[in-house]
Design a protein around this ligand. Structure first.
Ligand code: UDP
Length: 241
C-alpha cells in the first residue's frame, strides 16, 4: 500500500499533561502513554520530523499551588519539573517500541537529559529522532503552550498540532453548553478577541506574529495524530486571515 503524503514535514506536537493521566485524572496512565507513543511512531514512519512539548498539569500546576499560598515562581519551577517527568515517561514509551528519541530540557539536568540547544535539536530531527522538549520555556509565569510556540518557531516547525480532550475549538464549553458550536477555521485575532481557549494569549500572539498555524484536535480518537499530519479536516485550524 502506498502511504499518503503528509501535509507537514516537521511538526511540533503539544500534549497536555492531563492527556497522559487518562481517566485517572492524575499521574501517568501506562496504557495511555503507550497508545500515544504508538501514534507518534506511525507519524515518524511517514518520514515526518517530530518534536514534542508536554505539559505538567497531571502532576503539578504552578498557578494552582500559588492560589493555595505558595510562592508563584517556586511553584512554577515545580511545574516545569513535572513536565520533565512526563517527557522522560514519553521517552521510555517511545524507546520501548523502537523509536529513537532525545529529551532536551530548558532547565539543565545533564544526568538525565541534554540541555536544550536549538541547533542540536534540529540535527536530531534531521536524523529522524523524536525530540521531546521538557521544562517548558525554563521561565516561571509561562505555560507549556508558550513553550510549544517558541520552540516550534525556533526549530522551523510548519505547524503546532495541539492534542486536546475535545475535537476542536468551540464557541463555549461543549461539555457544559449544548448550544456550543465548533469552528473549523479561526484567525489568531478571533481567538484573542473572543477569548477562546485554544492557547493562552502569549502563545497565540507569538504564533500570530510568526504566522505559525495551530491545529487543535482530539487526542483520544485513535489515529488522529496521523490524520492531523496528513492534513485531514479533523479539528480546528487557527491561522492568519
Ligand atoms: N511552567 C512554567 N513555565 C513554562 C512552562 C510551564 O512555569 O514555560 C509551569 C507552570 O507552573 C505550569 C506547569 O509548569 O502550570 C505545567 O505546565 P502547563 O500548565 O502548561 O501544562 P498543561 O496544562 O499543558 O498540562
Amino acid at each position: 500500500m502506498v502511504e499518503p503524503e503528509p501535509k507537514y514535514r516537521r511538526i511540533l506536537l503539544k500534549l497536555s499533561g492531563e492527556a497522559l493521566a487518562g481517566d485517572r485524572g492524575f499521574g501517568i496512565d501506562p496504557q495511555v502513554i503507550a497508545d500515544i507513543a504508538a501514534e507518534i511512531r506511525e507519524v515518524v514512519e511517514l518520514g515526518v520530523q517530530v518534536a514534542v512539548v508536554i505539559g505538567g498539569g497531571n502532576i503539578f500546576r504552578g498557578m494552582a499551588a500559588a492560589a493555595s499560598g505558595m510562592d508563584r515562581a517556586g511553584a512554577d519551577y515545580m511545574g516545569m519539573l513535572a513536565t520533565i517527568m512526563n517527557s522522560l515517561a514519553l521517552q521510555d514509551a517511545l524507546e520501548q517500541i523502537g523509536v529513537m528519541t532525545r529529551v532536551q530540557t530548558a532547565i539543565e539536568m545533564r544526568e538525565v537529559a541534554e540541555p536544550y540547544i536549538r541547533r542540536r535539536a534540529v540535527r536530531h530531527l534531521e536524523k529522524g529522532r523524536v525530540v521531546i522538549l521538557g521544562g517548558g520555556t525554563g521561565n516561571p509565569y509561562f505555560t507549556t503552550d508558550t513553550a510549544a510556540s517558541l520552540r516550534a518557531m525556533e526549530i522551523g516547525a510548519e505547524v503546532i498540532l495541539k492534542a486536546t480532550k475535545v475535537d476542536g475549538v468551540y464557541s463555549a464549553d461543549p461539555c457544559k453548553d449544548q448550544t456550543a458550536v465548533k469552528f473549523h477555521e479561526l484567525s489568531y485575532l478571533d481567538v484573542l478577541k473572543k477569548g477562546l481557549k485554544v492557547m493562552d494569549a502569549t502563545a497565540t500572539s507569538l504564533c500570530m506574529d510568526n504566522d505559525l498555524p495551530i491545529v487543535v484536535f482530539q487526542l483520544s480518537r485513535r489515529g488522529n495524530i496521523k490524520r492531523a499530519v496528513l492534513g485531514e479536516d479533523i479539528g480546528t485550524i487557527v491561522k492568519g486571515e
